[in-house]
Design a protein. Structure first.
Lengths: 305, 511
């Protein structure tokens, strides 16, 4: 196990280098940030002056070398928009993104586990059909529409929850629901199929024949094993939530990493794009690694293979 | 079944939690009677860029900063220049202006405001070409400190626009001692100005909080706290207004206007802004739009008032010039005027022998709907219009590389409030490759006006240019855009044409 972890960690470095190179090139060849920074009335001379001042007239390889040198010291450049160092700007968004991701995950789990178990146990009954229906709807409804509808109902009509922004727990409820329901729907189906597979196993039949109460069978014997694929999904989905929540962030004016990254992409704010992608890549890699490890810890069959 | 009852009670618990959370949530109001503190909350579509007035280039950033930083000279609601940190000024000679500064003003950190601060501020923006506002101030060659409360500004050649530059966005005076001692990075994290409100907190992409400056030299600030919230999604902004979370919402889509109007306690306020939606036409030899009859046909084919009424929800004013009232050099005879004659357009097109001619129109996605209607109208007149809708950054690329084909649609702003800013593009050197417009008479008028220090004759020069351009049609002007704001009746707000939010011009009602 230890060797596995070390090997995985070593693979992080070449992956990050490759990612940074790709992002670096893409951000520079896909457009000119200077045109976006100046008003429409700027002259060609104004643009040339700013381009030179920002060092954007240098050949690509020179710019990359400068970038790499600084990046190794933790300096990913200065944001064109904010005029501040890029990495701290990205890092200061992480708490908000984490908060939203964790809340969405908690909601998804609260939804998926009971509903998934229920629909497995009550397979092919009306309950199963109802839950499957909810899952499909939850997965199919676009985030954007869901968020706006929730705001209209709970905030504008009922006045029960705030409309937008980050604050106390009441600010977290609607965005977490919006984000979590899609994941929760997916997870419900996963729990269901995983439980079904397990409930068909011989050892469950043995437990039943021993006369154990159904609740004990499900919770003590079946569910724990059914948890393994769920843990995998939680781990993988969580990391994708860190940078991939733009729509929910936009609808609820949530100051997370998604908004920062997309604005930076639209304005070719290279330093921020580079720093964000680097941080997200790092989180995804480590998150996947942790998921991998926990999966191995939970399932002895994998551990010893 | 035990599992079922677990789930039912779980769901019940969740619902109860939501309702309880809702009961505990008190709506933000502009007057909190318990503590008697007045808070003004404004919802904008974007966050500010930074607290560096020299490195921002959009009105929504400056709209926040004008409450923290003062200019030397300011534009009032009618765009007339009024003294702020400068109490008087005179033109000593063609290239020198002398400003007398206000005494007894302090920055938020207690440092006194003196001529040294003016010198530092103007030198910085005029000399550092990496700052976005640099191009507007680089004509100021030197700032001389005559004494603590007098400065001389020397321009690079006669510059009729000096006062415009000192009263435009980016002209806020910075604290030289503070920045020299602590560095610009420390300043950006903890900014300090002379304005009626001082910095309290900035959570990026969330909100900027300002608190009142008790030591402000002017009228006592009306609000205790001013909050600028960043709410990028328009429907969420509208919802916040309707739910009472904010007092003013900017950038209301025309489709939401009726909804807000019909809501009790809320209303819509509008004002024309400095942006004119227009089509810019290429006159390079060999292009179909090089033919003046074709350009006239394009102008006559488009029902501009109709577009304003249907797509802009009435929020627009037709115009045949981009120099709208409030801008120096405006020609009122071309404002609120429009031409629309589809029959004549067809006829002109036939006369020119270009019926069925292809017109490739490039536009940024934000103006997509307008472009679609215009394309349809052009097709009606006998053209074959091809629409190319681009993402804003892709459009910017094409725009700066001058690689559009026959037409591009764009909304052009003017932060200088002077006709020269609209017409730089028609100077021969600038027009090359873009419109390729070349009218020697206009060239002479524009070049002369650039260095003409006599306002009366300068105004006449620009008015003449406008009359010629209205006939030459290097551009077809559609309409002047309007800013649409939703307000709560607990505040009184009259929007400005420069889109600034001066918190002290917004008054609480009954409070």
């Amino acid at each position: 196990m230890k060797g596995y972890i070390i090997k995985s960690l070593l693979q992080v470095i070449p992956v990050l280098l490759l990612v940074s190179l790709i992002v670096f090139i893409l951000v520079r060849v896909t457009g000119d940030p200077v045109a976006l920074m100046l008003p429409e009335t700027a002259t060609a001379e104004d643009r040339a002056v700013l381009t030179e001042a920002l060092g954007l007239d240098q050949p690509l390889y020179k710019q990359y070398i400068t970038f790499l040198g600084s990046a190794l010291q933790g300096d990913f450049g200065t944001s064109f928009r904010y005029g501040e160092s890029a990495l701290p700007l990205v890092l200061e968004r992480l708490p908000a993104s984490f908060e939203l991701a964790v809340a969405a995950m908690i909601f998804a789990i609260i939804m998926a586990i009971p509903l998934g178990i229920l629909s497995a146990v009550k397979r092919n009954t009306f309950t199963d059909l109802l839950i499957s229906g909810i899952s499909v709807i939850g997965k199919a409804m676009p985030n954007f529409w869901m968020g706006i509808m929730l705001i209209l109902f709970f905030s504008v009509m009922l006045g029960a929850l705030p409309v937008s922004g980050r604050g106390g727990i009441e600010h977290l409820l609607l965005p977490a629901f919006t984000l979590g329901i899609g994941i929760g729907a997916q997870m419900t189906r996963l729990v269901r199929s995983s439980m079904l597979e397990i409930l068909n196993q011989d050892y469950i039949l043995t437990a039943k024949s021993k006369g154990l109460r159904p609740f004990i069978i499900i919770m003590k014997h079946a569910f724990r094993n059914g948890l393994i694929p769920v843990v995998t999904i939680v781990g993988l989905q969580f990391t994708s939530l860190i940078g991939g929540t733009l729509i929910t962030e936009t609808v609820f004016a949530w100051p997370g990493l998604g908004q920062l990254l997309v604005t930076a992409v639209n304005t070719h704010d290279m330093a921020i794009v580079q720093a964000s992608v680097f941080v997200i890549a790092l989180i995804v890699i480590i998150g996947n690694l942790l998921t991998d490890i926990s999966y191995r810890l939970l399932d002895p069959r994998i551990r010893y293979s | 079944m035990k599992t079922k009852s677990w789930i039912t009670s779980g769901l019940l618990l969740l619902v109860v939690a939501i309702v309880l959370a809702g009961c505990g949530n008190s709506k933000e109001s502009s007057t909190d009677s318990a503590t008697n503190s007045k808070t003004l909350t404004i919802g904008n579509a974007t966050d500010i860029e930074s607290f560096d007035p020299h490195n921002n280039n959009n009105t929504s950033s400056e709209a926040v900063l004008v409450n923290m930083f003062d200019y030397l000279v300011k534009n009032d609601n009618e765009q007339k220049k009024v003294p702020v940190l400068a109490t008087s000024w005179e033109q000593v000679n063609d290239t020198t202006w002398r400003f007398k500064l206000r005494e007894g003003v302090t920055f938020h950190n207690g440092d006194p405001f003196t001529a040294a601060d003016v010198k530092y501020t103007i030198d910085r923006v005029a000399k550092d070409s990496a700052l976005k506002q640099n191009s507007y101030f680089k004509s100021i060659k030197e700032v001389k400190v005559v004494d603590d409360y007098t400065v001389d500004m020397i321009t690079d050649g006669p510059d009729p626009l000096l006062l415009n530059r000192l009263s435009k966005m980016g002209a806020g005076i910075l604290p030289s001692k503070y920045i020299k001692e602590k560095g610009i990075d420390a300043f950006l994290k903890s900014p300090v100005g002379t304005g009626p409100y001082k910095f309290s907190k900035w959570t990026k992409d969330d909100r900027v909080e300002l608190v009142k400056n008790d030591k402000y030299f002017g009228e006592a600030p009306k609000w205790d706290t001013v909050v600028f919230r960043s709410i990028p999604e328009a429907s969420t902004r509208v919802s916040e207004l309707l739910a009472g979370g904010i007092d003013i919402a900017s950038g209301i889509p025309s489709t939401d206007v009726e909804r807000i109007q019909s809501e009790e306690g809320k209303q819509i306020v509008k004002a024309p802004i400095q942006r004119v939606l227009q089509l810019i036409l290429r006159e390079t030899e060999g292009t179909v739009t090089a033919d003046p009859k074709v350009r006239e046909a394009i102008d006559l084919a488009i029902d501009k008032q109709g577009i304003v009424d249907s797509i802009a929800g009435g929020a627009g004013i037709v115009t045949r010039t981009s120099v709208t009232p409030g801008n120096f050099g405006a020609d009122p005879s071309l404002y609120k005027q429009t031409l629309y004659d589809p029959a004549k357009a067809k006829q002109l097109l036939q006369e020119s022998g270009h019926t069925g001619a292809e017109l490739n129109m490039t536009v940024s996605s934000q103006y997509k709907e307008y472009a679609e209607v215009v394309a349809a109208m052009l097709n009606e007149a006998g053209f074959k219009a091809n629409l190319e809708v681009l993402e804003p950054s892709a459009f910017s690329e094409r725009y700066s590389s001058k690689s559009f084909k026959e037409i591009f649609m764009i909304g052009i702003g003017n932060s200088l409030f002077d006709a020269s800013n609209n017409y730089n593009r028609y100077l021969k050197t600038e027009a090359a490759g873009e419109t390729d417009y070349n009218n020697p008479k206009v060239e002479k008028l524009l070049q002369d006006a650039l260095v003409n220090m006599d306002p009366a004759s300068r105004e006449k020069q620009y008015q003449e240019v406008q009359q010629i351009l209205a006939e030459d049609r290097p551009a077809v002007y559609l309409f002047q855009m309007e800013g649409i704001y939703g307000t709560d009746n607990r505040v009184k707000f009259t929007p400005r044409s420069d889109e600034m939010f001066y918190a002290d011009d917004i008054t609480p009602v009954n409070g």
